[in-house]
Design a protein around this ligand. Structure first.
Ligand code: ADP
Ligand code: MG
Length: 707
């Protein structure tokens, strides 16, 4: 009986309990896991060489017969050496194996042997020699050559299992595989996209068949970059199933009926219009329409609002919240920092001045009696709009009837925190806002189960921020620029990187800079704000910035997100090369929010690396957050992409969301289409299969609890 895919590896020939345990540690439990353990590279061992043509330094593959062989020890160092001489029709070659005396029992005279390794020059004889080459007997086993004479897979070691042992085990597993495997990708799609079926793909993944000579070079390159049909098949499979899972979560949600009824009528429209001091942009109108559509629908909203920095997300959220309030439900807005929550509280209070709504601010700093009062009012419905930080997530916070939860700058929150806020009501509608300019391929992966709205237009009158790269030598020129701007009544930020809040050295640098600026600009207020300040102290600095007592605010990256000070026109970023591009984009977004021209100065040391320069230069060339994100992704890879680690970009086994972007998008499309077909036909059996798969994926990727 041939092994099924679910059979434990232990039952494969050549894998006993000890090896099985090693494999298990690397999460290889079943035959299927083993087959999914892909080679990390390949070697072309398809062309044999004649011994008399070997050159020192080259990799060589030779086939010959053992003429003599035996063990000996070196007299001085007592190294055990098994040495043999192999002959082919052109000549003879010496081969040495160190500390492997057991070879004497395996290799004998007159056996035919294939050897693969780098040709060295022997220290003693000065003739070519192979040291510890890979070898394979030709005549003793019934199996054809698997370690040579072909393109050979190279695996990462698993415990004590070498690439060679793994190769043998995989080879056996493949040769025993049943012919009629169920394929998770429908035949229709395999055909459409020219992908091999599962069995063939595994075969080709591990033991690629050798293309004819003239196509070999190109094929090897494809292998190296993961572009062969077999490799692409597994990437597609992974993405396809992943998206099926996402789509199914989404569909489950769509069938989740809402207990609230949200209506909109002319009176409410008037109220919403009345609170805005300016005309919304066309994009803002469109997005508000999309959100209100969700609010009124019978299904719970899970919508992501993406808008670049300064695009005006706050008033979009405000309008949505007012609609909910007008229908008699509560709304909550959660921001990642106290400063930002505080700013939102101010702004929204101002916008809602003419209404009767009661707002509350709840952060970690609100304690004691005041906190008890607010909690009570949230519970009783005495306040309708609650703005806060993570403090909103604490257990004692209970709403009377939360209708809408808005999460600002979502990339700062983990998935768990998001779903905790959602648990604060009876399936509240949720709007998630982000400025992280996330490339489409990533957005599909991280937010694939959310509906997406995009604010792709800035409010009128904005002037693009000019960005310049400067080094220490230019510092005086930078100060002159500051002087000019301050003279015109504008304000400025000077930002220092602070990797950790506890980074004392960096903090000292920021403090010194503050002192220096006070000397250079004696007539101006220079403030300092950093993460270790107490809440009240931060407030005082922000307040001073807003009322103009402070003209220059030196800050660590606490100013990064959300801050809105329209009078600030200069942003100087010290050690700009230590920031990620997306972070720089966020920082730059703090200026140019009013009608005055802004300048962003990126300071670097005099000796900046080529790479750093290339990165920063992008900032000077574009202000398009999406392009910057793409570049960031290109340069740093998905793992490093700012804000994604927390948001749970899944680690794929085959797929690489940067390299395989196109395939990711294709798989998403096909998954959507496939699911639609399935539902139409309502073929229960297929659905069960899908559900099982989706469950597996859910637990594997663990990011489906977005709600
Ligand atoms: P972000 O999308 O980065 O959160 P904000 O919501 O803070 O942006 O808005 C940035 C600035 O633009 C704020 O000062 C806001 O009052 C202003 N703003 C928003 N929408 C408009 C508009 N339609 N017309 C003019 N100013 C606007
Ligand atoms: Mg904002």
């Amino acid at each position: 009986m041939p092994p099924q895919l679910e059979v434990p590896v232990q039952y494969l020939k050549g894998v006993g309990p000890a090896r099985a345990a090693m494999l298990q540690k690397a999460k290889i439990g079943t035959v299927e896991d083993l087959l999914n353990y892909q080679p990390f590279r390949y070697e072309d061992r398809s062309s044999f060489r004649l011994i008399d043509q070997l050159r020192v330094g080259e990799d060589a593959l030779v086939e010959g017969e053992i003429a003599v062989c035996g063990n000996y020890s070196t007299p001085m160092k007592r190294v055990r050496i098994f040495e043999l001489v192999v002959e082919d029709r052109s000549g003879a070659l010496t081969v040495k194996f160190f500390n492997q005396p057991y070879l004497q029992r395996v290799l004998r005279n007159r056996q035919r042997l294939i050897l693969y390794g780098q040709v060295r020059r022997d220290d003693y004889t000065l003739r070519p020699v192979l040291l510890n080459p890979e070898w394979e007997l030709m005549d003793s086993s019934s199996e054809p050559a698997i370690h040579s004479g072909r393109i050979v897979p190279i695996y990462r070691r698993v415990g004590k299992l070498t690439t060679r042992s793994l190769r043998t085990i995989v080879y056996r597993a493949l040769s025993q595989l049943q012919p009629d495997l169920q394929d998770p990708i429908p035949d229709r799609l395999l055909e459409k996209h020219g992908l091999p079926d599962r069995r063939r793909a595994w075969q080709e993944l591990h033991f690629p068949s050798l293309p004819e000579e003239r196509k070999r070079e190109a094929f090897l390159q494809d292998l190296e970059s993961g572009a062969t049909p077999a490799q692409r098949r597994f990437v597609f499979e992974e993405f396809f199933l992943f998206h099926l899972g996402l789509q199914m979560v989404r569909r489950d949600r769509e069938s989740l009926p809402k207990t609230r009824r949200i209506e909109i009528n002319n009176r409410i429209r008037e109220v919403v219009k009345g609170i805005l001091p300016f005309h919304p942009t066309a994009a803002q109108k469109r997005v508000v329409g999309e959100i209100v559509g969700d609010l009124r629908s019978g299904n719970v909203m899970r919508r992501l609002l993406h808008g670049d920095v300064g695009s005006g997300k706050t008033i979009v959220a405000l309008q949505a919240m007012v609609v909910v309030l007008e229908n008699g439900f509560q709304a909550a807005l959660m921001a990642p920092t106290e400063i930002l929550a505080e700013q939102h509280f101010r702004t929204l209070s101002r916008f809602l001045r003419s209404t009767d709504y009661r707002l509350a601010l709840l952060t970690g700093r609100v304690r004691g009696k005041r906190r008890r009062e607010i909690l009570e009012q949230i519970r009783s419905g005495g306040v309708q709009l609650v703005i806060g930080t993570h403090a909103l997530l604490e257990a004692p916070v209970r709403f009377r009837d939360l209708g809408l939860a808005v999460i600002d700058e979502q990339h700062r929150f983990g998935v768990l925190q998001r779903s905790r806020l959602m648990g604060k009501g009876d399936q509240p509608d949720v709007l998630i806002m982000t400025a992280t300019p996330i490339p489409r391929s990533l957005a599909l992966t991280v937010y694939g189960d959310l509906d997406l709205s995009v604010l792709d237009e800035l409010p009128p009158g904005r002037q693009p921020v000019e960005t310049v790269l400067c080094s220490e030598r230019d510092r005086n020129r930078v100060y002159e620029l500051l002087k000019r701007e301050l003279a015109q009544g504008r304000q400025a930020f000077v930002v220092y990187p602070l990797i950790e809040e506890s980074d004392k050295l960096e903090l000292r640098a920021a403090e010194e800079m503050t002192g220096q600026l006070r000397e250079v600009f004696p007539g101006s207020g220079v403030g300092l704000i950093h993460g270790r300040l107490k809440g009240e102290e931060k407030d005082a600095q922000m307040e001073a910035l807003r009322d103009g007592t402070i003209q220059i605010l030196v800050a660590t990256t606490v100013v990064e997100v959300g801050l809105d000070v329209p009078n600030a026109t200069v942003m100087v970023v010290e050690h700009a090369d230590r920031f990620g591009l997306s972070q720089l984009h966020q920082l730059r977004g703090r200026i140019g929010r009013g009608s005055h021209q802004g300048t962003c100065v990126l300071m670097t040391g005099d000796a900046r690396s080529e790479n750093a320069f290339r990165r920063l230069d992008i900032m000077c060339r574009t202000s398009d957050g999406f392009r910057i994100a793409e570049e960031d992704l290109e340069i740093r890879g998905p793992g490093e992409f700012v804000g994604t680690r927390q948001s749970g970009v899944p680690q794929f086994q085959f797929g690489n969301i940067v390299r395989d972007r196109r395939l990711l998008e294709l798989a998403a499309e096909e998954a959507r289409d496939h699911l639609a077909r399935l539902t139409k036909g309502a073929r229960g059996e297929v659905k069960d299969h899908m559900t099982r798969l989706a469950d597996q994926w859910r637990s594997r990727f663990g990011l489906f609890d977005v709600g």
